[in-house]
Design a binder for this molecule. Structure first.
Ligand code: PLP
Length: 378
């Protein structure tokens, strides 16, 4: 079945108890055994819960993996997958990525005896140069947040396979609707379902989808052991969001392209970083690897820090807030907000400077969005 059908039906048959058409919220911690030594399908909600299973099955179907796992937040998914590593292992991370990922690998993973190397994974030679005998995991994110650089997932996965290294891709920005890392050879897909997958800015959540059953077994063990799973009510909300992912992503994509094209013509904007524009240096890779661009991108305003502050103070419809991927449009300043946890030097080296603005274009009417940005920039 196709994406739109799977998002509504995978893992979501009528409920066996009463035939409920939508998966009910099994708000329960424990389940009756049928007898001593004979648990039913579920025994305790940390280990498994029917509402969570519906969501996990649906996510696995959409990403094309053996199994899916739902977590309390995107960071809980990250903490769980990083627990695959042990002291003495080596982790390779792309050097331009979500601020929270930077924080967890530098403040926690590296303090647990795992060596962490940052490299520009756009460059295959840079990746080959950084791989060691003990490299266990390569962590990618594409497009990157907030700079919208792209990584060639097929190329990275093939280098990793030569060295038997597991690969992960944070697919939060594009969702399985526009990009399928597992089909390109990546082993694990990660999502902050807080963003587009849920899409309504009313829940935090995370997910992992694993390609191969043996690795999925290990991730399932970690989810149960660490207790990082998502609560039934939140799983229900994310599953409800998933049903409309296709129609939402089409609108996000269309609106964001129109906003990007408008910004490119405005004298108050120095540079638009959107992989769907011909001006993006990796536009060809975008067309090869992605089916669309989603709704989030960045741009550099004229006038540096003051120019950015002026624009952020003038917008009315775009809300000044962190996060992205909801139906409503948001705007933010990575330097002082989402990426403030990166050291100043690291931000500058990456190109996250004071003039950079990130927007998450929602699914409001495009003319209202353009009028708001126009009055703010003018
Ligand atoms: C938000 C985000 C995360 C972290 O997810 P939370 O749900 O906020 O914990 C990870 N990766 C990316 C790309 C994100 O945007």
């Amino acid at each position: 079945m196709r994406f739109e059908t799977l998002s509504i039906h995978a893992g979501q048959g009528p409920d066996p108890a009463y035939g409920a058409v939508m998966p009910p919220i099994y708000q329960v911690s424990t389940f009756a055994f049928q007898g001593v030594g004979t648990p039913g399908e579920f025994d305790y909600s940390r280990s498994g819960n029917p509402t969570r299973k519906s969501l996990e099955t649906c996510l696995a179907a959409l990403e094309g993996g053996a199994r899916g796992f739902a977590f309390g937040t995107g960071m809980a998914a990250e903490a769980t997958v990083l627990a695959l590593l042990q002291a003495g292992d080596h982790l390779v991370v792309h050097n331009d990525l979500y601020g929270g990922t930077y924080r967890i690998v530098t403040e926690i993973t590296s303090r647990q005896g795992v060596a962490v190397s940052f490299a520009d994974l756009r460059d295959a030679a840079a990746l080959r140069a950084v791989i060691r005998e003990n490299t266990r995991l390569i962590w990618t994110e594409t497009p990157t947040n907030p700079l919208m650089n792209l990584l060639d997932l097929e190329a990275i996965a093939s280098i990793a396979r030569e060295h038997k290294i597991t690969t992960l891709c944070d697919n939060t920005f594009l969702t399985p609707y526009y990009q399928n890392p597992l089909a390109l050879g990546i082993d694990i897909v990660l999502h902050s379902t807080t963003k587009y997958v849920n899409g309504h800015s009313d829940v935090v959540g995370g997910a992992l989808v694993v390609r191969d059953e043996a690795l999925a077994e290990r991730v399932g063990f970690l989810q149960n052991t660490l207790g990082s799973c998502q609560a039934p009510f939140d799983c229900f909300l994310v599953l409800r969001g998933l049903k409309t992912l296709a129609v939402r992503m089409e609108t996000h994509n269309r609106n964001a392209l129109a906003v990007a094209a408008f910004l490119e013509t405005h004298s108050g904007v120095k540079r638009v970083l959107h992989p769907g524009l011909e001006s993006h240096p990796q536009h060809a890779l975008a067309r090869k690897q992605m089916r669309g661009y989603g709704g989030t991108f960045s741009f550099r305003v004229a006038g540096g820090a003051a120019g950015a502050a002026r624009l952020l103070g003038k917008v009315k419809l775009f809300t000044l807030a962190e996060s992205l991927g909801g139906v409503e449009s948001l705007i933010e300043h990575p330097w002082s907000m989402t990426h403030a946890s990166m050291p100043e030097e690291a931000r500058r080296t990456a190109g996250i400077t004071e003039d950079l603005i990130r927007i998450s274009v929602g699914i409001e009417h495009i003319d209202d969005l353009l009028e708001d940005l126009e009055q703010a920039l003018d």
